[in-house]
Design a protein around this ligand. Structure first.
Ligand code: GRF
Length: 215
């Protein structure tokens, strides 16, 4: 299975996925790392790993201060097609994709979100759980639908929030789990253990009515 990994930032999940592919833990390969920012830290890391990189700079698609999403997404399709991407793996990709784009790739887009969804969709999750005095936080891998952070949940890992935690310590604890559960989910998908054609996804033929809990 040929993966496109879409990034906007440091790309630590992309590296974890690349390592899992190289180690044979995922029966797939990264066909392209696609960034919407030319300065994303993950671009250099992808090149060091010898992965093909494409950049579609979202700032080039601003018209009167607003993103021309249709033009931006049409430009995204080119490297995806060129590199034969079969599954799109959003790994810290910070541009919201339109319903039309998501429909075109229905069932073939994964995302990882730094919270225990359905709790805390959206941005700044680490700060928000700390401010709310939560005792638990985590990360979730889900299929992408047109609803932001709202698609069917697949796999989740919880971490405790400890006394004295700050953004740095908490996000590091969550990231460590992300680097486990994202490659694991992709391996399920690539080996066809995980399927989704609308309704509940199935894992080994069993409908996932709630996300699998890791650990
Ligand atoms: C992760 O926390 C992920 O859950 C969120 O964006 C962050 C990306 O981190 N969607 P990295 O770029 O993979 O290091």
């Amino acid at each position: 299975m040929r993966l496109a990994v879409l990034i906007s930032g440091a790309g630590s999940n992309m590296v974890a996925i690349a390592q899992a592919c190289a180690a044979g833990q995922i029966p797939a390969q990264i066909a392209v790392v696609l960034s919407d920012r030319p300065d994303a830290g993950g671009i250099g890391r992808a090149r060091e790993l010898g992965l093909p990189v494409a950049v579609v700079d979202r700032n080039q698609f601003r018209r009167d201060g607003r993103l021309d999403r249709a033009a931006f997404e049409a430009a995204l399709e080119e490297p995806l097609r060129q590199h034969g991407a079969e599954v799109l793996v959003l790994a810290g990709f910070m541009t919201v994709l339109s319903p039309a784009f998501v429909e075109r790739h229905a069932g073939r887009i994964l995302n990882i979100h730094p919270s225990l969804l359905p709790g805390y969709p959206g941005l700044d999750t680490h700060a928000r759980v700390l401010a709310a005095g939560e005792r638990q936080h985590g990360a979730t891998v889900h299929f992408v639908t047109a609803e932001l952070d709202g698609g069917p949940l697949i796999l989740q890992a919880a971490v405790p929030i400890l006394a004295g935690d700050d953004l740095t310590s908490l996000s590091a604890r969550v990231h460590a789990q992300e680097h486990i559960i994202y490659p694991m989910t992709i391996s399920w998908l690539a080996s066809r253990r995980l399927l989704w054609n609308g309704g509940s996804p199935t894992l080994d033929g069993v409908p996932l009515r709630a996300p699998v809990q890791h650990g």
